[in-house]
Design a protein around this ligand. Structure first.
Ligand code: SF4
Length: 351
């Protein structure tokens, strides 16, 4: 059986651990630095730690839980990664180069139970939750990749992180609180809350737990429909939280965090690009502290659903604009490299 991943411990737990292993107190700060600032993946890299401490750590923990399997670079600069985990499962992560920084798209589960019809990850159902260390180590690999292959114009190592890869983050409560703790903590990655975004299909229980956790990071709600009936068709999970409740919880979270909740709207030709939906969406978004991201579908390999025409996208946006709803069209990057969430993994599973 695999050992626990050292990165799954919150930095605050490293002090007692180092003490238990006979190390001096200040070594825990060095260790946290290697894990979360210097992106170490092998024990040999922890150069300023005594060999005896490294050996004691290696006896109890694994430092690396992900091995790169594939790396693809799109003509638009998007980099997509497939990693194998220690149990042979695979997950995907993406680097999306923006103008001044990179955005990391991270996975939180192997597969997903949420069954969204526009998503390749949904096809195989949920396999398992990722451990916190497996989520955080995606950042480690992506930062190492950026250090080796910098994006011109990106001076520092700042990045944004979105939980928008494989999995429903609000369905993985084993790992989400620890992961956010380490990302936001000064002795972890020290990220600003503004740089982190949790993206969810809106399970009510998960949203209530997020409200209780109050992490202050951004929230994106993927609605999939402007009525409960529409949502059921695109997101056919039994017991899906009613739309009105999702909107209410999203608004409460926005008031708590002091930043507007984003509504993500995937545009699919003939299904979610209709004028009456734009009008209903405008009403929903206008009812509270929301803004809207319009995301034309990234078509899946084996799916009849198609992205909308440019004219339909602009007509949809025009209705939101006229209603005074703040919105942005987000083109998903990497169309030429199967960047839709879960596609790389599915291709590999299919051989
Ligand atoms: S879109 Fe997200 S929540 Fe929906 S099935 Fe895919 S990974 Fe899960």
């Amino acid at each position: 059986m695999a050992k626990p991943l050292l990165r799954s411990l919150v930095p605050g737990d490293l002090g007692p651990l180092v003490k238990e292993l006979g190390g001096e107190a200040y070594r825990s700060g060095q260790l946290a630095g290697w894990l979360h600032q210097h992106d170490a993946l092998s024990w040999d890299e922890l150069r300023n730690l005594p060999r005896s401490l490294r050996e004691a750590l290696a006896e109890r923990f694994d430092l690396q839980g992900l091995s790169p399997l594939e790396r693809q670079v799109s003509s638009d600069g998007t980099r997509k990664f497939l990693f194998s985990l220690r149990d042979g499962q695979t997950v995907e992560s993406v680097i999306i180069p923006m103008e001044s920084h990179a955005t990391f798209c991270l996975s939180t589960q192997v597969g997903c139970a949420m069954a969204c019809r526009f998503c390749a990850t949904a096809r195989g159902g949920l396999v398992r939750n990722l451990e916190a260390g497996e989520i955080l180590e995606q950042i480690t690999h992506l930062r190492r990749d950026l250090a080796e292959n910098p994006v011109p114009g990106h001076g520092d190592r700042q990045f944004n992180a979105v939980f928008m890869g494989m999995g429903e983050p609000l369905d993985n409560w084993d790992a989400l609180p620890t992961t956010l703790d380490t990302m936001l903590g000064d002795d972890g990655l020290g990220m600003s809350k503004r740089r982190v975004q949790v993206s969810t299909s809106g399970p009510g229980d998960g949203l209530r737990r997020l409200l209780a956790l109050a992490p202050g990071v951004g929230l994106t709600l993927s609605l999939g429909g402007t009525t409960d009936e529409e949502r059921k068709q695109l997101m056919p999970v039994p017991g899906r939280t009613p739309l009105a409740e999702v909107i209410d919880l999203g608004a409460r979270y926005a008031r708590q965090s002091g930043r507007r909740t984003t509504i993500a709207w995937v545009l699919i030709a003939g299904r979610t690009d209709l004028p009456e939906q734009a009008r209903r969406l405008a009403k929903l978004a206008g009812s509270g502290p929301f803004k809207v991201n319009l995301i034309p579908l990234n078509a899946l390999d084996d799916d009849a659903q198609e992205p909308p025409s440019q004219a339909a996208i602009l007509a949809f946006q025009d209705i939101l604009n006229r209603a005074g709803v703040d919105n942005t069209i987000r083109l998903s990057g990497g169309r030429d490299i199967a960047a839709a969430c879960g596609q790389l993994r599915r291709r590999r599973l299919a051989g």
